[in-house]
Design a protein around this ligand. Structure first.
Ligand code: SF4
Ligand code: SF4
Ligand code: SF4
Length: 507
């Protein structure tokens, strides 16, 4: 049950703005919790003076505990939980919107390209370029596939609007988001937002390519896209040796495994192992550190909350927001017991066993509570070894991957058609298919033709650079001949696919 400490409440109204159900209000400049509160604790998280108190109480009649996420809303009759996804209908939680079939969403999804144009007739690797912009692409070929005449126009396009997103599978802290990344001492990128168990580094981009260090940026992008090993340095952070398809090397250390999930996911995934391994388990993680017996997974297996409290701020029961650092699980905890804020000696008997592990299982230690009131490290038991091995074996090997990002909505379109906007529209409508070296791309929605391509799907050496500076990317547009003609395609430059001479394949 939620109560407001009226002495502490300063009437700031932050909880009123952030309550997902709008059931908290201000009266006489004090917060008042109204009907429909589901005890999601959002108000407690955002309240600056900690005026929101939670009083443990059994579920009231008719209230249903939602177990669909760690928030564990207590949903009153005919009300929804904090996310509004589930509604309490006669003591049963049901989804607040019906399950949709594919037919019902097809309008939004749009058509897939017809199979005849899904792959190009030839690639642009080795095709040469289109310059000045109005000249036709170096190869525009046509061929009949099934009942359809297909056209592919190819060019190796210099793209100033280009860059690379390097995905580095590691828990290691590479630097704050926005930190500058250098190549040969020159700024060519930055640390981006983290994704799942990976750090993302953005290299290049038009502002760097057209800036003072553009040539260095273009070289770094082309080299990494061609799966060459390059050395980067995060300013104020580590040195990196990265090569697509290989494990990253960070400050000289080759990374082993990437996480299986956050500390909370690890508690859930390996709950039966962890329950067997120790009386309490802490999974240290810079994002979500978990405390097993307080966590939904532990409770689900019958664990009672132990008398251990952690130093990190609590998110939901058994889940804590970690802090990034160079310690265990990429937290700031260098010695695992330092994450413990308090031990309730009335609840922790002598001989109580505590396992602390990282989400990768790379580091783990078992402790036993002694008669002297402190935890001492002991040898791992077979159950601990089994649990840690289960975690580690589920973690994939760390590697570096990359997507090349290109803006093809510019001048290169003139090599295909006299009406570039028609090509853009055809690409977005999936009547024209863009590929890079034959590899499928993801087209970003909205204006222009901005695409992502997995560089490991593209032949090694296909990317180059020019001192404009720009990176050079092999682009293919494939469509039906009918659409090509309708968009004003260069018909005079079109030739039968079969007319290509072998030497033209080798340019
Ligand atoms: S956020 Fe806290 S202090 Fe501000 S109105 Fe709500 S309960 Fe009071
Ligand atoms: S616990 Fe959640 S639903 Fe209840 S008042 Fe606070 S924010 Fe609103
Ligand atoms: S999924 Fe359930 S517990 Fe989570 S916010 Fe929604 S209603 Fe609450």
């Amino acid at each position: 049950m939620i109560e407001i400490d009226l002495e502490a409440c300063n009437g700031c109204g932050i909880c009123v703005k952030d309550c997902p159900l709008g059931v908290i209000d201000l009266e006489d400049k004090k917060a008042v919790v109204g009907e429909g509160c589901v005890e999601c604790l959002t108000c407690q998280k955002v309240c600056p003076p900690a005026a929101v108190l939670v009083r443990e109480a059994p579920l009231a009649p008719g209230v249903v505990l939602c177990e669909a996420c760690p928030v564990a809303c207590r949903v009153p009759p005919r009300r929804t939980g904090a996310c509004r996804r589930f509604v309490n209908e006669k003591g049963r939680l049901v989804r607040s919107r019906p399950l949709l079939g594919y037919d019902e969403v097809q309008g939004e999804v749009g058509p897939f390209p017809r199979p005849e144009i899904a792959t190009p007739l030839i690639t642009a690797i080795g095709a040469g370029g289109t310059y000045p912009d109005y000249v036709p692409a170096p190869h525009i070929v046509t061929h009949r596939r099934g009942e359809v005449d297909v056209v592919t126009a190819v060019t190796e396009a210099p793209l100033s609007y280009s860059g690379l997103k390097l995905k580095i599978d590691t828990d290691a802290h590479l630097g704050d988001e926005g930190a500058v990344v250098t190549f040969e001492g020159r700024p060519v990128g930055m640390v981006e937002t983290e994704e799942y168990g990976s750090k993302i580094i953005a290299l290049g981009g038009v502002n760097r390519l057209t800036g003072k260090y553009g040539v260095a940026a273009a070289r770094a992008v082309a080299a990494a896209a061609n799966r060459e090993a390059i050395r980067l340095k995060v300013r104020g952070g580590p040195g990196l040796e990265v090569q697509v398809g290989r494990p990253p090397v960070i400050d000289g250390a080759r990374m082993g495994r990437m996480r299986v999930g956050c500390g909370s996911a690890t508690a859930g995934l390996f709950a039966p192992f962890l329950k067997r391994a120790a009386d309490e388990v802490i999974v240290l993680d810079a994002h979500i550190t978990s405390l097993f017996t307080h966590h939904a997974a532990g409770r689900c297996l019958g664990s009672e909350p132990s008398g251990i409290e952690l130093t990190y701020p609590k998110s939901t029961p058994g889940r804590y927001f970690g802090r990034a650092g160079q310690g265990w699980g990429a937290t700031d905890v260098e010695r695992p017991l330092d994450v413990i804020a308090a031990v309730d000696r009335a609840k922790i008997p002598v001989g109580f066993r505590l396992l602390v592990t990282e989400t990768t299982g790379q580091k783990a230690a078992l402790f036993e509570f002694g008669a002297d009131g402190i935890f001492g490290e002991i040898e791992p038991t077979p159950e601990v070894a089994e649990a840690v091995a289960a975690i580690a074996e589920t973690c994939q090997m760390s590697r570096v991957s990359a997507v090349y990002v290109g803006g093809a909505g510019g001048s290169a379109r003139a090599g295909v058609t006299r009406y570039p906007l028609r090509l853009t529209k055809a690409v977005h409508d999936r009547r024209a298919v863009l590929t890079v070296g034959g590899a499928p791309v993801f087209i970003l929605p909205g204006g222009g033709i901005t695409f992502y391509v997995d560089v490991e799907k593209v032949r090694v050496g296909a990317f180059t650079w020019v001192p404009t500076p720009a990176t050079v990317c092999p682009l293919e547009y494939t469509m039906t001949r009918e659409d090509y003609e309708a968009m004003g395609g260069h018909q005079e430059a079109m030739k039968p696919f079969t007319a290509l001479k072998p030497k033209e394949w080798n340019r």
